[in-house]
Structures are given as structure tokens and as C-alpha cells.
Write a protein that binds this ligand. Structure first.
Ligand code: PFF
Length: 454
């Protein structure tokens, strides 16, 4: 099937669209809990170093490959090398695994939005509220995470089905800056709560005792996730980019935007964890945002209103991301099986609903079922972020660094401007990134197999 390739009207339009996909639950929900869990300051430091080296090299590679070939992931890899066409498929598997559980978390956000909206904010500050909710012990339809998950999937599906992207783009221009402003307000408030300074120190000052391979692995998985890397998305976005737009500058801006929002989200949540629980909740994992933020809102004057607006904005950021995730999966079905949009979207929606159920119930009725010791949601998160993405990233580095040569990327970048970090890019893609990726992947596999404990 032949698709018209439309272009973004200008460079800023491109940067905003790519940032809209990149900024999502990864920044606001996932980054803070990982930073909290993996040692605070040391995680932040490792993340920042990885962002300007590995993240930069991979993002510029993916966007260049997309722009050069004018194709999305599967086509782009096979256009570069027939032998590597499987890589396009492997990368496409990642959104297929992520989308269902992303929608589960999206459902949690709607639930909180709803509770704040109907004036039950105080209830959500109770310590057991979140665990009761995901444990499905609250009872009733509104207390069931499955219900909220289905609502979230329906919302995402409607947009993908009717393609209201134009409206979404317009709304993004207002809501994303609002999200930044509101997050800053909440972050500043968090820092005024007595006891939060300990948390701020934990978040900002690296303690090298906490450094371990898991820190690097966690930070790297988060980097891929947050910047929508190693899953073909940025290749697709690149294919829509104009030939004359400056690539290096655009990449830098997407990265800064994405990292800034994650950083602010950490500021909002981590100091508050110390203020409210003396740091006891630091390992709360995926629930951290849902446990801590309501308490922050509870302590703020006008906190209920701020909570309503905040969860609405988070919901919006999540939707812009899940729409692009689902759209990717739908376009794979449309391209490969020649299905029309409606059939492809409905089939994918049903698939998401089926695959999401174990993640949704994995902390409740299915809590006794674990995969390699993990609840379903954690397992899907692990398999995509810690295993598949490093493999895709590694093979992409080999393809670009040693098979077709780094010039495919650097020529493309230089065709529309200078490439200041070219040397860094070359060394990263050819040597440092592949070595780190293999080491980290091996470490992780050995850990799961119980051969080593790190
Ligand atoms: N980068 C998004 C986030 O941080 O929430 C997650 C994501 C969205 C990944 C869309 C991939 C994607 F296509």
C-alpha cells in the first residue's frame, strides 16, 4: 500500500510532535519511581550522562535513518540492509508489548482524575488507597482497575480510529506547556513541605556507594522508554521530517524537553516522599506517583483543584503517547496485511484489551501468578525495556557502525547543517554503545537466571 508522506510544516512542529510522543507517563510516572529506587542522585547522574551520549547517538541515528529512507521502521531497516530487515520487526515488537500495560497505567490516571473530580481527594491520600485499588479489593465497578483500563483503551482507540490528530496537535500546544508550569508549581510547593530537604538531597546529590550495574541498566531502559528509542518510533517521525531542517538541533531540543520534564517530575515526587513517609515509600515502585502526589495535593491550599487539573494534564500527556504507540501498531497491520484503518484499529484494540488484562489484575486476583518472579506489568516492562530495547539498540549500532557505515547518518545530518557532535556520535555508535549494551544485557540475563546477584 502506498502512503503519502506528509511533512511537518516547520522544524518546531516536528520537535513538538516528537516531544509529544516522548513526553508521557515515562517522564512523570516512571522516571521518579526508578530514580527513587535506584539511589536518587546517582541514578540522575547516570541518566544525564547516558542521555547526552547514548541517547543522543541513538536518537540522531534513528531520525536520520527515517529521513534518509523516507520509510517507517520495517522498511527503513530493510532498505539499509536486507540481512537486517528482521531488526525492523524486532523493533516493532516493542510497542506491541508496551501499549497494553501503558494503557493500564493510563487507566490508573483516569481513576485518580475521577476521584479528585468528584471530591474524593482526601480518600486518595490514605496509605492503603492505591494498594486496595490495584489489588481490586475496593469493590464495585468504579473501584475496578479493569474498568478504567477499558475506558482508557476506548479513548485511545477513538482518536486512532477517527484520526483527530490535528485537534490533538493544537491541544498539545496549550496543554504541554501548562503541564510544565503546573509541575513546576507542584515541585516548588513540594520543596516547602517540612522534611523535604532530605529528599532533595537524596535526589540531587549522587552517592557513589549506590552505584551498580542495575543503576545503569535501569537508567538505560528508562532512557529508551522516555525518548521513545529502540522501537522504531523515531525512525517513523524522521521519515516525516523536512530535508532542510537542522537535525542535530532538533534532536538536542527533543532531548532537553524530555529530560527537563522527567527532572521536574522527580522534584515533585521524591522530596515529598521524604516529607510524608521519611523515605519509607522510596521503594514503592510503579505506585510511587499515585501514593505520593495525592498527599502533596492534600497538603496544598486548593489542592483538590490543582489535583484535578494535574491529573487531567498527565492524562493528556499519556494519551498523546499511547495514541502514537497504538498508531504505530495499527500502521504495521495496515501496511503488512493491507487491512483498512478501521479493521486494523479494532483488531489492535481487542489485542490490547486481551494482553492488558494480566497486567491490570497482576497486583490483585492474579498476584499469585508471577513470571520469573515478577508481576505481569513489571515483567512486560522488564522484557521490553531491559531486554528487547538493548538488543534492538545493539543491532542498530552494529548495522550503522560496522555494516553500512556511520556516514549514512552523518551525511544525512550534514545535508541540512553542521554536525558538531559527530566524533562523539561515531565513537558511541561504533564502540562504546555496543560494548555497554552487551555487558548490561548479559548482566541482566545472568541476574534473572540467578547466576549472579547485582
Ligand atoms: N516515551 C513515552 C513516555 O515516556 O511515556 C512512551 C512512549 C510513547 C514510547 C510512544 C513509545 C511511543 F511510541
Amino acid at each position: 500500500m502506498k502512503h503519502e508522506r506528509s511533512n511537518f510544516s516547520n522544524r518546531i512542529g516536528f520537535v513538538l510532535a516528537a516531544a509529544g510522543s516522548a513526553v508521557g507517563l515515562g517522564n512523570i510516572w516512571r522516571f521518579p519511581y526508578l530514580a527513587a529506587k535506584y539511589g536518587g542522585g546517582i541514578f540522575l547522574l547516570v541518566y544525564l550522562i547516558l542521555a547526552v551520549t547514548l541517547g543522543f547517538a541513538l536518537m540522531i541515528t534513528e531520525i536520520s535513518l527515517g529521513r534518509k529512507t523516507g520509510l517507517s521502521c520495517i522498511g527503513a531497516y530493510s532498505a539499509l540492509s536486507k540481512k537486517f530487515s528482521f531488526l525492523g520487526w524486532l523493533a516493532s515488537l516493542v510497542p506491541i508489548i508496551i501499549t497494553p500495560y501503558y494503557c493500564v497505567i493510563g487507566g490508573w490516571v483516569i481513576k485518580y482524575f475521577f476521584e479528585f473530580l468528584r471530591g474524593h481527594a482526601a480518600l486518595t491520600t490514605e496509605d492503603t488507597f492505591f494498594s486496595n485499588f490495584i489489588g481490586v479489593t475496593e469493590g464495585g465497578l468504579l473501584g475496578n482497575p479493569l474498568f478504567w483500563f477499558v475506558i482508557y483503551v476506548v479513548l485511545t482507540t477513538i482518536v486512532v480510529l477517527f484520526g483527530v490528530e490535528k485537534g490533538i496537535e493544537k491541544a498539545s500546544r496549550v496543554m504541554m506547556p501548562l503541564l510544565v508550569v503546573l509541575s513546576l508549581v507542584v515541585a516548588i510547593f513540594s520543596l516547602t513541605i517540612p522534611g523535604s530537604i532530605e529528599g532533595l538531597k537524596y535526589y540531587l546529590l549522587p552517592d557513589f556507594k549506590d552505584f551498580s550495574t542495575t543503576t545503569v541498566l535501569g537508567a538505560m531502559g528508562q532512557l529508551f522508554y522516555s525518548m521513545s528509542l529502540a522501537m522504531g518510533i523515531m525512525i517513523t517521525y524522521g521519515s516525516y521530517m523536512k530535508k532542510e531542517d537542522n537535525l542535530e538541533k532538533s534532536v538536542a531540543q527533543i532531548e532537553i524537553f524530555d529530560t527537563a520534564i522527567a527532572f521536574i517530575a522527580g522534584l515533585m515526587i521524591i522530596p515529598a516522599v521524604f516529607a510524608f513517609s521519611g523515605g519509607a515509600d522510596i521503594n514503592a515502585g510503579p505506585g510511587l506517583m499515585f501514593v505520593t502526589l495525592p498527599k502533596v495535593f492534600g497538603a496544598m491550599t486548593g489542592g483538590t483543584i490543582i489535583g484535578v487539573v494535574f491529573f487531567l494534564l498527565v492524562l493528556f500527556a499519556a494519551l498523546t503517547s499511547s495514541i502514537s504507540l497504538m498508531e504505530t501498531v495499527v500502521s504495521i497491520f495496515m501496511d503488512r496485511l493491507q487491512w483498512n484503518r478501521r479493521v486494523a484499529t479494532l483488531v489492535v484494540a481487542v489485542g490490547i484489551l486481551i494482553l492488558g488484562v494480566p497486567s491490570c489484575l497482576g497486583y490483585g486476583p492474579l498476584a499469585s501468578v508471577t513470571v520469573v518472579g515478577m508481576a505481569f506489568l513489571d515483567f512486560f516492562d522488564f522484557i521490553s525495556n531491559s531486554i528487547l530495547m538493548p538488543i534492538v539498540a545493539f543491532l542498530t549500532c552494529i548495522l550503522v557502525g560496522h555494516v553500512v557505515g556511520t556516514r549514512v547518518v552523518s551525511d544525512e545530518v550534514e545535508s541540512s547543517g553542521s554536525f558538531k557532535r559527530k566524533k562523539l556520535f561515531e565513537v558511541m555508535v561504533r564502540w562504546i554503545a555496543p560494548i555497554c549494551l552487551v555487558a548490561i544485557l548479559l548482566g541482566e540475563i545472568l541476574k534473572v537466571l540467578g547466576v549472579i546477584s547485582i
